[in-house]
Design a protein around this ligand. Structure first.
Ligand code: SF4
Length: 458
């Protein structure tokens, strides 16, 4: 029996696709290998969000080819969708499958070229060898791969359910819409079925995610228009349905664009302990002029208003943001606007990225690229600021009680005196003693050490 191994790179959406690909293989009778070195088929599910992501994928192809020269390497994901011919020339690669055909990946392997399958795109030539490339226009596709997946750092405690894919925005720096296509949503009944089945399996927290999660439902709504069941489908409706129609203890909502944080969604989150007090709101820049050049749809004052509302209703909530430095033409004054905004707003953590030009995006063609040295320095400044803000936030919980879920791992190997947990508001917590994993409990926090809270079960 042939064996397979899937290695994922990049965001949660890619991890979810990888889990769905694993199901495809298992349904067709393939066996899961414990490592790439043991597998007949190795699927590398790639990311292309930055040049570094492309580089990681190429390094992985070389590594797998070196440790297991006999295996078939199938490259899929966002990088495969963006640059299939480039990938097909790399030694060891036997097939390239874009996001457009990911949902058929195991069939391609199962049927093998020469059987019923005809490659959809051209064949790439490499040393007279033909490499099948299965890639076509992503905007013609509406499939949504969805399988619950686990964040590796939390082991198997908090499954992540992708309920939305693709994006209809056109941020000038972002390559994602061209490799993931239009926004599309997991229909409500299917989303509820997935959550219910995770609850039945014993999970106490589920994270819902997407490429542009805040757009959940819009495509379903337009499919319904003109029919008698036409109704408004929005993220808050999905959240409400999960609360009403499942027994899930805790729902965590991953990144949502600022304009999709409606008053209703914020109030819903504030109104129930069943939604984790954790908001992630991409900012990218605090400068109006930079946001305009990025083609972002909100202005800094809109963003500020949303964060202030969230903070006013939920003062203990985690508030995180993605911030990009070194966008083409970002002047010192524009960077300082971002710095001021980060300083002013109650962020509890930041993901700071340095701009990296992506082929095919309008920002890549803009003049006035910021020198790497300056961009790196801006990145350092914001990270330092973020770290100070995070420590201040964590410090404010010392001496207080906090809700947390125990994770399925201990902070140290062997007989650790602690159990690792994650708080409702997304802070790492070490609990004294050994506690059953996957349990929500109340902890009393008595200290803070190297960005980890220390506490004990109440
Ligand atoms: S909202 Fe903008 S940054 Fe996010 S995936 Fe869509 S285009 Fe990219």
């Amino acid at each position: 029996m042939s064996s397979f191994y899937v290695e994922n790179f990049g965001c949660r959406a890619t991890q979810a696709d990888g889990a769905a690909i694993e199901h495809q293989f298992e349904e067709r009778g393939f066996q899961r290998a414990s490592a790439a070195s043991q597998a007949d088929f190795v699927v590398l599910n790639t990311c292309t969000v930055t040049a570094a992501a492309d580089q990681d994928a190429r390094a992985a192809i070389r590594r797998v080819h070196r440790i297991n020269p006999e295996c078939q390497i199938i490259v899929t994901g966002c990088y495969a969708q963006r640059a299939p011919a480039e990938i097909a020339t790399l030694p060891g690669v036997t097939m390239v499958v874009g996001n457009s055909h990911k949902h058929q990946l195991a069939d391609f392997v199962h049927t093998k070229p020469g059987h019923s399958f005809v490659p959809l795109a051209s064949l790439a030539r490499r040393d007279r060898e033909a490499i099948p490339i299965h890639v076509s226009d992503i905007f013609a596709h509406t499939e949504l791969l969805a399988a619950p997946v686990f964040d590796a750092s939390n082991e198997r405690t908090r499954p992540n359910l992708k309920v939305q894919d693709g994006c209809d925005n056109r941020c000038s720096f972002c390559v994602i819409p061209s490799v993931r296509g239009h926004s599309r949503s997991l229909p409500l009944p299917q989303a509820l079925r997935e959550v219910n089945s995770l609850v039945d399996t014993g999970y106490k927290e589920v994270v819902i995610s997407g490429i542009n999660l805040g757009r959940w439902g819009r495509d379903l709504e337009s499919q319904q228009s003109g029919t008698i069941c036409s109704r408004r489908l929005r993220l808050e409706g999905l959240v409400r349905a999960i609360l009403d129609q499942t027994e899930l203890q805790k729902l965590r909502i991953s990144s949502v664009e600022p304009m999709d944080w409606s008053d209703e969604l914020i109030q819903l989150m504030a109104s129930t302990p069943r939604i984790a007090k954790h908001t992630h709101v991409p900012l990218q820049s605090g400068s109006d002029t930079v946001l305009r050049r990025m083609h972002r749809k909100y202005r800094p004052w809109h963003y500020r208003e949303k964060i202030e509302k969230i903070h006013a209703l939920m003062p203990a909530a985690a508030i995180g943001a993605d911030v990009m430095v070194g966008f083409p033409g970002e002047s010192e004054a524009e960077f300082e606007e971002t710095q001021r905004m980060v300083q002013d707003l109650p962020f509890t953590y930041l993901h700071v990225f340095t701009y990296s030009p992506r082929p095919g995006t309008s920002a890549a063609a803009m003049g006035n690229q910021v020198p790497v040295r300056i961009a790196r320095e801006r990145n350092r400044v914001l990270r330092e600021l973020a770290s100070q803000k995070k420590l201040g936030f964590m410090q404010s919980f010392v001496g207080r009680s906090i809700q947390a879920i125990t994770l399925n791992k201990s902070p140290e190997q062997g007989n650790s005196p602690f159990t690792e947990a994650l708080t409702d508001n997304y802070l790492k917590l070490y609990l004294t003693g050994s506690h059953l994993a996957n349990t929500w409990l109340t902890a009393s926090v008595h200290g803070l050490e190297e960005e980890v809270l220390l506490g004990s079960k109440v």
